[in-house]
Ligand binder design. Structure first.
Ligand code: ADP
Ligand code: 3PG
Ligand code: MG
Length: 399
């Protein structure tokens, strides 16, 4: 991939695709602006070089509908404050209004386009739409690592039509960090995988068998593994059709002498509800009509011991249903175990990141990725489609 640093952007109109898909509460207050902060270096670089900046992002999954609660307006305000500059908000991402707003821009002006996913074409990787986006600019920059695993128009098809397509600093940093760690990690390498999306994460686990010395499995993920070991998990959230695949991963791990740690106790509840009655049980004693909602204190202690000799720790996914306070203690304990260990620590995932920031432990983690799905795709050992698109542009230019 070519970097934004390698081309001349002065006086050029630069289209920067970022991922401002940040969590907001019901009143549209931004509850975590890590993803906005993460692209400031690229935006500041472009401003310092007297470019005209068009910034574009998606928010949520509106599927082509203009949902006011998914407007990027609150982001324009926050971005303006962070950059100490006026950020003009467009009412759409393409069309005549956007065109005239862009043509009136002066150097170091910033226009933020409205949610790209208000147009159905974005997620269809539609060529006509991509061409229209590309027609706004002289230079296209992808600095949206967190959405680069998606084959979407503003990260893939657009590279066919933009005059020049390059990577921003965040994308470079994320890819660079990952490649460096995965190519030559310091051992022991411990992977901690939690959360709920078993189907999404199982592939990543399988790929990591080649790289890690120990696995720690928590969250709803663990239930599927426990079930495959023959334990009763009551009404816990599991993915029945993946029980066998989970078993086969554990067998492969055993063959390679990779240590595989599952919870030894759990906080169980009758319902997914803050008001539900809870109790603490050894893992082999989950009552039939109850659900495992968090790891218990014995597990937290066990997992922290597993991390004592780690030199590299990779973590994705919370240890329990952390949205509910009474089921967040396992994840909070894990935040501190990871933050305190004498290892290079790399963390990804939306919920995981929120837990780390809530505990103010972000400055004690070596690297927090802005990606959830993208982070996992990297763990699977795959090239991200948007990165492949930028690399293709490079190849074409070389010819
Ligand atoms: P991340 O965003 O960090 O990658 P995921 O999206 O995979 O993590 O998982 C987060 C979700 O997992 C949370 O919404 C949480 O409620 C859920 N979860 C974790 N543990 C459990 C559990 N034991 N039972 C039910 N849900 C759980
Ligand atoms: C994310 O939050 O992981 C990215 O913004 C991608 O969002 P998506 O899963 O809706 O494509
Ligand atoms: Mg998530």
């Amino acid at each position: 991939m070519k970097s934004i640093r390698e081309i001349d952007i002065t006086n050029k109109t630069v289209f920067i695709r970022v991922d401002f898909n940040v969590p907001m509460d019901e009143q549209q207050n931004i509850t975590n602006d890590t993803r906005i902060q993460a692209v400031l270096p690229t935006l500041r670089y472009a401003l310092d070089n007297q470019a005209k900046l068009i910034v574009a992002s998606h928010m949520g999954r509106p599927k082509g509908k203009k949902l006011p609660e998914l407007s990027l307006k609150p982001i324009a305000k926050r971005l303006g404050r962070l950059l100490e500059k006026d950020v003009k908000m467009a009412n759409d991402c393409i069309g005549p209004d956007v065109k005239s707003l862009v043509s009136a821009m002066k150097t170091s002006d910033i226009v933020l386009l409205e949610n790209l996913r208000f147009r159905r074409e974005e997620q269809k990787n539609n060529d006509k739409f991509a061409k229209e986006l590309a027609s706004l600019c002289d230079v296209y920059v992808n600095d949206a690592f967190a959405v680069s695993h998606r084959v979407n128009a503003s990260v893939v098809a657009i590279t066919k039509y933009a005059p020049v397509s390059v990577a921003g600093f965040l994308l470079q940093k994320e890819i660079g960090y990952f490649s460096k760690i995965m190519a030559n990690p310091q051992h022991p390498v411990v992977a901690i995988i939690g959360g709920a999306k078993v189907s999404d994460k199982l592939m990543a686990l399988a790929n990591m068998l080649d790289h890690v010395d120990k696995f720690i499995i928590g969250g709803a993920m663990a239930n599927t593994f426990l079930k495959s070991k023959g334990y009763g998990v009551g009404k816990s959230k599991i993915e029945e059709n993946l029980v066998e695949a989970a078993g086969s991963i554990m067998k492969k791990a055993a063959k390679r002498k990779i240590k595989f740690y599952l919870p030894v106790d759990a906080v169980v509840a009758r319902r997914f509800d803050p008001k539900a009655q809870t109790k603490l049980v050894p893992i082999q004693e989950i009552p039939e009509n109850w659900m495992a909602m968090d790891i218990g204190p014995a597990t937290s202690l066990l997992f922290s011991e597993v991390l004592y000799d780690a030199k590299t720790v990779i973590w994705n996914g919370p240890m329990g249903a952390l949205e509910i306070d009474s089921f967040s203690r396992g994840t909070i304990a894990m935040v501190h175990s990871v933050a305190n260990c004498y290892a290079l620590t790399i963390v990804g995932g939306g919920e995981t990141d929120i837990a780390i920031h809530k505990e103010k432990a972000d400055d004690r983690i070596t690297y927090i990725s802005t990606g959830g799905g993208a982070f996992l795709t990297m763990l699977e050992g795959k090239t991200l489609p948007a990165v492949a698109a930028l690399q293709n542009c490079e190849k074409k230019m070389d010819k």
